[in-house]
Each structure stands twice: as C-alpha cells, then as structure tokens.
Design a protein around this ligand. Structure first.
Ligand code: ACM
Length: 266
C-alpha cells in the first residue's frame, strides 16, 4: 500500500481555506495514496485564546465542514484519511482525529494527553487505544503529545496495529527521533503528519517544527519533510512486515515480554 503524510501551515481560524489547501495539496500530490495522514487541528489552527474560542470553532463529526471535507477527500482519493480537528460533542470539546474510509465510514480518536494550555481548551480524551480495520490492515491513532507516553503505542501494538497514524502540531524537537524508537520497540510503522509555521495570537505565539515522517518497524525513516513548507511524503509500505514480531531467531517481541516483572505497568 502507499502511505503518506501531508504537511502544511494552517491559518488560524480560517477553516474553509485550510480545508481547501489540504484538498488541493492532496489532489495534486497524494493521488496515489491509500492512506493519508493530516496534521492535528488541521482545520482550525492551534493557538486558541480561550475555551469559548475553541467551542465556537469546534465541529461535530459528522455534521460539520471538516467531516464533509475529509469524507470527500477519502472518496476522491479512494484512500483512508486520518486528520485532526476540534470536536464538539454536546457541550464538551475534544482535540480529536477522524479516520475516514472511502465508503464514508469513520472512527474518532480523542487525544488522551493534553499538552500545555490545551488543558484549558479541551477535555482529555476518553477513547480506548484500540486499532481499527482500514486499508486492509489494523490502524492505530494517537495525537501529537501522546508520543510522550510509550504506553499508547505499546497498547496499540499489543492490540494488533501495524501502522500508527499520528496527526501532530509538534513544538518540542524530540518527537521525530522518539518515533523511531516507538516503531522499533513495537515493530510497527508510524506516520507523523506535522504542521509548519507559527500561530500568533494576542501577545502569544508558538512555532511548529514540521519534519513529518514515515518510519518503518526497523526504526528507519522512509520519507521525511523539511522543517518548513508544504510537503506530501508518499511511500510504499507493506503492513505485513509489522506482523512479524521475531526480533532475532531466539527473540519474539510478544512472547518474550516479562510481564511477570512489569508490576504496576500491567
Ligand atoms: C502537541 O501535543 N500539540 C505538542
């Protein structure tokens, strides 16, 4: 299958032009993709000034322009789309991503580990770390700072994920290196789709590091983006490689885990 990330710079609050930018980039550069990952909060931008502001920009899924756009992209590209958005559910707002299949069916993952002021804007996610069937394999989702908690990738791997889709708005520099380890220690693929540029709101600003990437189960980067600029990285991957959990002739990732010594972790 062909897996891809789409890196771009959302403009804060300009939902329709952000959606159009992603649609245009995808149509021009990701036409062959079977799986395309978009950044975190791709339709709204990131640096909110209040919970009310997030609430006003947040959307139900389905039922809003982001859901319509992701669904249209999945259909047009005949690909699975995974992308981040601010999700309104009743009177709660989550930092979520949606996985949408070409037939329009979808799953939502709500970010568990909120970063910095996201704690003022969103409710922590309540989604299980459970992969879903899509594109002929099992796909796990996590959002940006979830990378800092290796338990997330580990649970997704233990439950059979072969690919982790990782919509992001990275600000710290460590994640691209860390994701190589997440892949190696869990023997799966990861697609990190980050944004670029800077949100400037009031007296505050935040810069994002780009460097989106696809990593294989051996921890090798297959394709990666520069720190700035729009970039679609597309690469052929075989998810079956992630089903082989033999590390050496005498070491199996699953069977050799010493859960009898892991104590509180299990
Ligand atoms: C982040 O979790 N957006 C850094």
């Amino acid at each position: 299958m062909k897996a891809a990330y789409l890196q771009f710079e959302p403009r804060f609050g300009e939902v329709s032009s952000n959606l159009r930018a992603m649609q245009d980039l995808a149509a021009n550069q990701a036409g062959e993709a079977d799986l395309l990952v978009l950044p975190e909060l791709a339709s709204t931008g990131y640096l909110f000034q209040s919970r009310d502001e997030v609430f006003d920009l947040a959307e139900a899924f389905p039922g809003g322009p982001t859901a319509d756009c992701f669904t249209q992209m999945a259909f047009d590209l005949n690909a699975v789309i995974v992308g981040g958005f601010a999700e309104r559910s009743g009177d709660q707002v989550y930092n979520s991503c949606a996985l949408v299949r070409p037939d329009g069916s979808s799953h939502i993952y709500r970010k568990a580990h909120l970063f910095l002021d996201e704690k003022d804007w969103f409710v922590p996610g309540d989604s299980p770390f459970e992969p879903v069937p899509a594109a002929g394999t099992l796909i796990g989702m996590m959002i940006c700072f979830d990378w800092y908690y290796p338990e997330v990738a580990r649970l997704l791997a233990l439950r059979g994920a072969t690919i982790i889709c990782h919509p992001s708005n990275l600000v710290l520099p460590h994640c691209p290196e860390a994701m190589k380890v997440r892949c190696l220690e869990n023997r799966l693929f990861a697609i990190t789709a980050n944004r670029t540029g800077r949100d400037e709101r009031g007296d505050r600003s935040l810069s994002f590091i780009g460097m989106s990437q696809v990593v294989d189960p051996g921890g090798q980067i297959l394709v990666s983006a520069p720190p700035d600029g729009d970039h679609v990285g597309l690469v052929e991957i075989d998810p079956r490689l992630a089903e082989d959990k033999d590390v050496t002739g005498r070491n199996n990732w699953t069977r050799d885990r010493r859960i009898d010594l892991f104590g509180d972790l299990v």
